[in-house]
Design a protein around this ligand. Sequence first.
Ligand SMILES: NC(=O)c1ccc[n+]([C@@H]2O[C@H](COP(=O)([O-])OP(=O)(O)OC[C@H]3O[C@@H](n4cnc5c(N)ncnc54)[C@H](OP(=O)(O)O)[C@@H]3O)[C@@H](O)[C@H]2O)c1
Length: 254
Amino acid sequence: MDKMLGGVTGKVAIVTGATRGIGQAIAQAYAAAGIKVAVVSRSAVDCEQAARSINETGGAAMAAHCDVTQVAAFRKVVEQVVEYWGRLDIMVNNAGTAITRKAIDLSEEEWDRVVDLDLKSVFFCAQSAARVMIPQQSGKIINVASILGLVGANGLIPYCAAKGGVVNLSRALASEWARYGIQVNSLCPGYVITDINRDKLSDEKTQAALLTKTPAGRLGQVGDMTGAALFLASPASDYMTGQCLTVDGGWTAI
Ligand SMILES: NC(=O)c1ccc[n+]([C@@H]2O[C@H](COP(=O)([O-])OP(=O)(O)OC[C@H]3O[C@@H](n4cnc5c(N)ncnc54)[C@H](OP(=O)(O)O)[C@@H]3O)[C@@H](O)[C@H]2O)c1
């Protein structure tokens, strides 16, 4: 069992988008498992607060605010983390955004905003992390995609395109970096009410429609994602790479 989930103690992780929602739950779960966590989002205040709350509950966290779409800025975050903790073992590319708009009305700026964060930044953050992990000959890269990277949805065109891209990007990077002992997998959450979708999912009709397609009979909660994120960060998943782990209450099963 020690080789399994217990094998994460003392590892160093960066979690992007870790000040709210799924990313915050993952950062907290990692810290509770003994992983040192760098908390990243654009807000310095929110990063400080999220890191403080982990440190106050016995974990080890540092705040590193950064817009992850800025490649050079994220490279500095990686440098900061390596300077502080000496290594980087786990990179969770979780920060994401969505814009709801009919395809016919979508602007170029909206397309770029979603794809820059949800796909392009995932690659460049993974690249920055791998530049540390390759010399270490070990690392875990976990890219948070979505069930909407596996199926399409009306009104979420760039989101679906980017998340589908993340699933296949993870496979391609897995293939290229396996020889360095780096595993790259994607995590595909189902519907979880967070700031990204609260307006839409608070509507009872929308929720009821989603529930008819969810065998588990409820929407997800941020805590539902932490087991899979911990597994993908741990030695228990050492022989798993290029895969997509779906956590959706059975939504894509039917
Ligand atoms: N919620 C769902 O139902 C669901 C389902 C499937 C997949 N997902 C995916 O799960 C991930 C997390 O989603 P969530 O629902 O937890 O979202 P959320 O509650 O809206 O949180 C998003 C996080 O990302 C940060 N962020 C946004 N833009 C950023 C940027 N440019 N640079 C750095 N940080 C940035 C936000 O902080 P700041 O705004 O302060 O920067 C925040 O911490 C996303 O990739 C999302 O697509 C969510």
